[in-house]
Every structure is written in structure tokens, then in C-alpha cells.
Design a protein around this ligand. Structure first.
Ligand SMILES: Cc1ncc(COP(=O)(O)O)c(C=O)c1O
Length: 436
């Protein structure tokens, strides 16, 4: 049968970078021989949290009215109303935001929330113009890259300033001078904070500037808190989320340890929340309730606010510190830098002057059983041919110690070999030019 897809089908069902990446990772995991998994975005199975979620599931099963509400009814398109009321109360008491259940929309994972939000706000507009989403600091989350449903490019992004810090660290700063003068073709500014892949946390001053800049220009500011406070709180610097009428905040249960339940939470001005709920109805009738059912009691009592500081943050902080020590040991004689790890469970490693692209490094590592994510994927909408984007890789530190340690040892061997060969080749070239 001649399978013909529409333009929409071509765009979504055939050619996405994230699909290629996920399939490639899946295939590599099935190859014979040991696999050192430093790729992918799976969170760790933190024993105390696994136990708590299991208990919550049992309690849900025993609580007949709640069980029936969660499992045997469709929710309203915006998500279970009573649960949204408890969530709004939690955020109000924690941050003082003037929000109610009408400002909250639940989605089947926050990835879906971004798909709905981006396409609702940007793309072809009724007046014939086209609006885009601006990422003020690339590298940015790879999962955004293929979310545009129209044929027009949906994203633009800006190169950051690189601040070199005490070795081996560096930090990206938003290049505020580069923010566009003319914003008529923009709908929103979007960023993840903490940022996947770099582990950057935009400072409170950078955020306040962006909140003001967007407000003055009538743009939305979308802040993705998949790793942020108050949950899962994989954030090692104090940087509370900011909310305003034009700010859209996204949270998720995934990195708390519940990626399988697929629950995202958006907090937005009421008209936007209603629009998203309408899209939920068209695409899924209603969001799933199980995530809400699992954490409902923890939201109602405020216990969910303790999970991060008590279990999640210390767990990933220890992983991060251990991985940095291994990197320092194995990469001692190799030029490398790491983005200041202020949040997430990734380290973003930069090899200045890397003799091959990070794609090629990824292929060589995969042949040695080590999986990382090449940096090229994380610059959606950046037109500048910037060498830096080919010199970085993302490492997931959440895996078991022996896996991460051996993966890093092999990574160091591979990279050292590349630099040495390039050094030898450069010397040979120099000798050939200079003659006997
Ligand atoms: C920055 C960021 N945003 C959003 C998501 C989507 O997560 P989920 O759909 O599981 O909520 C992820 C997942 O890795 C992420 O890293």
C-alpha cells in the first residue's frame, strides 16, 4: 500500500530529531555487550520515594470515594477540579500568588502541555502574520525542537555569553543586549529553569529582567519547571519561581520519580488556561487522573513540598558531586569544562576545540557501549554556525555508580585519543610545512 502522509503527518510522523534520538537509544540498549547509559532523561528510582508512591497507591485503592472519582470518571478537560483547588491552595500558601483552580490546567505530561501551548500561541495567525517562540538562551531542551505543527519554523534562539569560572566550570548568561528590538513576530519567550541540558539556573535578576521585558512588550513568558522548586526540587541554588498574569509556569511529576503516570501542571492566566482545557478536550477528552490520585494527599497536606529538600535534592547532589570527582580524575590531562551544575541531573560537558563533532564523538562512544546525548540537538532555532554547539555533550548522572564511573572512564579514553591524534596530526602537518 502506498502510504501517503499529509504535510502535518510528514512533519510529525516522519522526520523528528527526538524520535531518531529515542530510537537510537532504544536500539543501543538492545545491542550485545555491556551498555553504559549516560544518555536519556530517565530519573532515578530513589528508594524512599518509590516506597512512598507505592504506599500512596495502596491508600488510593482503599479510599473508596476518591478511588471511584479518580479511576471511574472522566475529569473535566482542565483536570480534576477538587485536586486543582488543593494545588492552587498549595502554591498560594507557598509563594503568595493570587491563583485559584481556574488558573491550573493538567495535561498528560508537561511535554504535551508545551505542544499545546506553543501551537496555540505561535505559528500562522488569523491576520496572516506568523509568530514565533523565542528561547533567550540556547542550549535549550531538545524536546521543544519538533513541537511546531505548522510548516513555518516556530522557534528562534539566542546565543548566550559564556562566563569562564574557576576550572573546570563555566556558566551561560542571557545575552540581554541581543534581545530583539522588533518583537512583532514573537508570541512568547520560553526557557527551562533549571535548564535541560546545561543545569543552568537563570539568576533571579535575569528572570526579573525577562518578566519585565516580556510584560512591556505584551509577550508571554513561559518558564518550564520540570526540575524546579517546589517539586521535584532538583535545584542546588535558591531560585523560587516567579508568576505574573503574563507568565506561564509548567511543572511535572516526572522528575519526582513518576514519569510513567504522565502528569503535567500548567499555571496560567484564566483565558489561557481555558484555551488549553479546550485543546485537552479535543485531543484527549480529559487528562488522566492517576497522577493526581497518587499525589493528592501529599498536595493536600503539603508533604509534597518536603520530598525535594528531604530526598530528591540530596540524592542528585551526591550523584553530581561524585560524577564531578570522576570527571576530574579521568579527564585530568584533557581540556574540558563543565557548566556550573546548579540543577537537573545532567552534566553539560564542553570539550573546547574538540577535533570531531559531538555527533561523531557520540558515534564513537556508542561503538564502545557508552551512550551520551550529543550537544547539537539542543540548539533549536539557532541559525548561527557556532562551533561551541558541536563541542558539548550531555551526561545523565542518575544511573548506578558502576555504570556512570565506567562510562566516564571510557569517555575519557576516547576523548584523550581524539585530542592526541589531532595533536600528532597538527605536529606532522607543521613538520611537513617546515620541511627537513
Ligand atoms: C526541561 C523539560 N521539560 C519538559 C519535559 C517533559 O517531561 P514530562 O512530559 O515527562 O513532564 C522534560 C523531560 O525530560 C524536560 O527535561
Amino acid at each position: 500500500m502506498d502510504v501517503r502522509f499529509s504535510l502535518f503527518g510528514e512533519k510529525l510522523a516522519r522526520e523528528s530529531g527526538i524520535l531518531q534520538l529515542m530510537e537510537d537509544l532504544g536500539q543501543a540498549l538492545r545491542q550485545p555487550g555491556p551498555v553504559y547509559m549516560l544518555g536519556g532523561g530517565n530519573p532515578a528510582k530513589i528508594p524512599a520515594l518509590v516506597a512512598r508512591f507505592r504506599q500512596a497507591l495502596r491508600e488510593l485503592a482503599e479510599d473508596t470515594p476518591r478511588f471511584l472519582r479518580v479511576v471511574t470518571d472522566y475529569a473535566e478537560p482542565q483536570g480534576l477540579g477538587e485536586f486543582r483547588a488543593d494545588l492552587a491552595r498549595l502554591f498560594r500558601s507557598q509563594y503568595g500568588w493570587p491563583i485559584g483552580p481556574e488558573n491550573i490546567v493538567l495535561t498528560n505530561g508537561s511535554q504535551q502541555a508545551f505542544a499545546l501551548l506553543f501551537n496555540m500561541l505561535a505559528g500562522p495567525m488569523p491576520d496572516g502574520s506568523v509568530r514565533r517562540i523565542l528561547f533567550p538562551l540556547a542550549p535549550e531542551y531538545v524536546g521543544y525542537a519538533d513541537l511546531g505543527w505548522s510548516q513555518e519554523p516556530l522557534f528562534r534562539s539566542l546565543k548566550p555569553e559564556i562566563e569562564l569560572q574557576t576550572a573546570p566550570f563555566f556558566k551561560y548568561r542571557v545575552n540581554l543586549a541581543d534581545l530583539p528590538q522588533d518583537t512583532r513576530d514573537l508570541a512568547a519567550v520560553c526557557l527551562s529553569r533549571p535548564t535541560n541540558p546545561s543545569g543552568n539556573v537563570l539568576t533571579q535578576a535575569e528572570m526579573e529582567t525577562l518578566v519585565r521585558w516580556t510584560r512591556e512588550r505584551g509577550l508571554w513568558l513561559i518558564a518550564d519547571g520540570a526540575y524546579a522548586a517546589p517539586f521535584p526540587y532538583i535545584q542546588f541554588v535558591e531560585a523560587p519561581p516567579l508568576w505574573d498574569e503574563h507568565v506561564v509556569l509548567s511543572f511535572s511529576l516526572s522528575k519526582l520519580g513518576l514519569p510513567g503516570v504522565r502528569m503535567g501542571i500548567l499555571i496560567a492566566a484564566e483565558p489561557l488556561a481555558r484555551g488549553l482545557a479546550a485543546m485537552n478536550a479535543v485531543l484527549s477528552l480529559a487528562p488522566g487522573n492517576l497522577g493526581a490520585g497518587l499525589v493528592w494527599e501529599m498536595v493536600r497536606t503539603g508533604e509534597i513540598l518536603d520530598l525535594g529538600p528531604r530526598h530528591v535534592r540530596p540524592f542528585y547532589q551526591a550523584k553530581r558531586d561524585q560524577t564531578l570527582t570522576w570527571l576530574a580524575t579521568y579527564l585530568k590531562d584533557v581540556p574540558y569544562r563543565v557548566h556550573q551544575p546548579e540543577g537537573t541531573f545532567f552534566l553539560w560537558v564542553w570539550f573546547p576545540g574538540l577535533p570531531v563533532s559531538s555527533q561523531e564523538l557520540y558515534r564513537r562512544l556508542k561503538a564502545r557501549g557508552v551512550l551520551v546525548v550529543p550537544g547539537e540537538y539542543f540548539f533549536p532555532g539557532l541559525e548561527d554556525p557556532w562551533p561551541h554547539r558541536h563541542e558539548c555533550i550531555r551526561i545523565n548522572v542518575a544511573g548506578p555508580e558502576d555504570v556512570v564511573q565506567e562510562g566516564l572512564r571510557r569517555l575519557a579514553e576516547t576523548v584523550r585519543d581524539l585530542y592526541e591524534k589531532a595533536g600528532a596530526a597538527a605536529q606532522a602537518g607543521q613538520a611537513a610545512r617546515e620541511g627537513p
